[in-house]
Design a protein around this ligand. Structure first.
Ligand code: FAD
Ligand code: AMP
Length: 475
């Protein structure tokens, strides 16, 4: 007899573990199966996000930014330090210990919410059964009223750039370097490439980013992308646009990279090469023959707006389904599905998902870019406010960037909020809340923002939409 659960979740990343926890909170009998193994061979819950993505990257971004600020900015505050030294081993130990604490936290949360955690491989069998294979090869079948697939994603690899984990690496390897590479190549100027490039640049690497597209950061608002490109250039990130990598070869402890741009073919030699060209949905070994779960042409599990696969009581959430590959998007989908299973009302507002790039300055946005609004044909108005006019940003020695709001001309609805500047990732929460409640620009204008705070930049940008900015020049 197989053990019977109300819900079995496959995958304990930021989409799967919240689904399991919410199902537990809803008093359902839940199991969550995860096969993630770290480089040392130990199992850990938390998926890509906690083990090899969001959390370790933010730990290193924070440490490396502090190092760079100590080097270049402290003296402006009148703080003199003598011989500044980088202790990468300690920095990496800190990163690893944050990851360990956070992933251990999931085990504790599972316990607190009555979720049975299994560490091993999960495979959906027809008839809503899940075959679990443990580390020792032992098999166990779990029967489930509902199954939630949350198997996530893995890095895309390039055929002519053979991954070896030492010289030609992915983002996970690049978070665990034990020495600062003198010359670092990054393929792809997307979010991950820019964040990793920033970390190692600040710690001393000469960084070249090769990006196939001609346009820099096309997912962001044009004005924000332009501002970002200017700052990254100043920081010494050599971002080559329209540069398509065709091959890379490891030779004598270095990597020879061949790329082509409008001028022709070029060669670049680096000590490490990070391939950051995107991620793909991961479904290997997930679905046994005959489950009826369908994949689309790009390998994503097909689902409707409620994350139902169409197979009765089989759901899929997170990176393995359509939509932005973001931890918070997966989390909301996981929670939605667990609530729907329990008979509650639940939905995800896909129009209001924030994006954050944790570089310095930080970049964050929600809603439509000016270019998207323009293309939609809806008449619009724009307000901007530079952080150089913010008292708090001045006090912080962080005056780079701006806040920008795009609103509808007809009914004043806020259509998009874009920030590049200090703590943009935190500031965007206000914008998300405003848009979740379909705020008008006037709603933000009439909301009192504490002084002096960075959030005043959002307030002033809203005022600027109607040429009423007090602390900025209305254009
Ligand atoms: P995953 O986190 O990939 O988890 C899936 C889990 O399922 C894994 O543990 C996997 O081992 C397990 N699994 C797969 N198949 C099976 C199976 N058959 N049986 C058992 N277990 C299985 N997003 C953000 O929102 N903010 C950020 O700052 C951010 N930074 C990032 C930085 C980096 C370097 C990277 C790589 C990603 C980053 N992301 C960030 C993206 C984020 O990590 C993903 O969107 C998120 O992890 C997706 O969650 P998920 O639960 O769908 O999948
Ligand atoms: P993202 O999907 O946001 O992580 O970004 C990945 C980036 O890598 C995209 O901007 C792609 O254009 C870029 N890219 C993909 N393949 C190549 C390649 N062969 N050479 C250079 N850039 C690439």
């Amino acid at each position: 007899m197989s053990e019977l659960y109300d819900v079995v979740v496959i995958g304990a990343g930021p989409a799967g573990y919240p689904a399991a926890i919410r199902a537990g909170q809803n008093k359902l009998k839940v199991a969550c199966v995860d096969e993630w193994k770290n480089f040392d061979g130990t199992y850990a819950f938390g998926g890509t996000c906690l083990n090899a993505g969001c959390i370790p990257s933010k730990a290193l971004l924070e440490s490396s930014e502090l190092y760079q600020r100590a080097k270049d900015e402290f003296s402006l505050h009148g703080i003199k330090i003598g011989d500044l030294k980088l202790d990468l081993a300690t920095m990496q130990k800190r990163r690893a210990s944050i990851v360990k604490t956070m992933t251990g936290g999931i085990t504790a949360l599972f316990k607190a919410n009555g979720v049975v955690g299994y560490q091993g491989h999960g495979c959906l069998l027809p008839g809503n059964k899940v075959l679990v294979t443990g580390a020792d090869g032992a098999e166990k079948t779990l029967a489930a009223k509902h199954v939630v697939l949350a198997s996530g994603s893995v890095p895309v690899r390039l055929r002519n750039v053979p991954h070896d984990g030492k010289y030609i690496v992915d983002s996970w390897n690049a978070l665990e370097f034990d020495a600062v590479p003198a010359r670092l190549g990054v393929i792809g100027a997307g979010v991950i490439g820019l964040e990793l490039g920033s970390v190692w640049r600040r710690l001393g690497s000469e960084v070249t980013v090769l990006e196939a597209m001609e346009q820099f950061l096309p997912i962001a608002d044009g004005a924000i992308a332009k501002e970002a490109q200017r700052h990254f250039k100043k920081q010494g990130l050599d971002i080559k646009l329209g540069a398509k990598v065709s091959s890379a070869t490891v030779l004598a402890e270095a990597v020879d990279v061949v790329y082509a741009d409008a001028q022709g073919e070029h060669k670049l030699q680096v000590d490490k090469l990070v391939v950051a060209v995107g991620r793909r949905p991961f479904t290997e070994g997930l679905l046994a023959e005959g489950t009826g779960v369908r994949l689309d042409e790009r390998g994503f599990i097909q689902v409707d707006e409620h994350c139902s696969t169409g197979v009765p009581n089989v759901w899929a959430v997170g990176d393995v389904v359509r939509g932005p590959m973001l931890a918070h998007k997966g989390k909301e989908e996981g929670v939605m599905v667990a609530d729907l299973i329990s008979g509650h009302f639940a939905e995800v507002n896909y129009k209001v998902i924030p994006s954050v790039i944790y570089t310095a300055p930080e970049i964050a946005w929600v809603g439509q870019t000016e270019e998207q609004v323009k293309a939609s044909g809806r008449p619009y108005k724009v307000g901007t406010f530079p952080f150089s006019a913010s008292g708090r940003a001045r006090a912080m020695e962080a005056t780079q960037g701006l806040a920008k709001i795009v609103s509808a001309k007809d009914d004043d609805e806020v259509l998009g909020i874009h920030v590049i500047g200090p703590m943009a990732g935190e500031l965007i929460a206000e914008a998300v809340l405003a848009m979740e409640y379909s705020a008008s620009t006037e709603d933000i204008q009439r909301t009192i923002h504490a002084h002096p705070t960075l959030s005043e930049a959002i307030h002033e940008a809203a005022l600027a939409v109607d040429k009423k900015a007090i602390d900025g020049i209305n254009r």
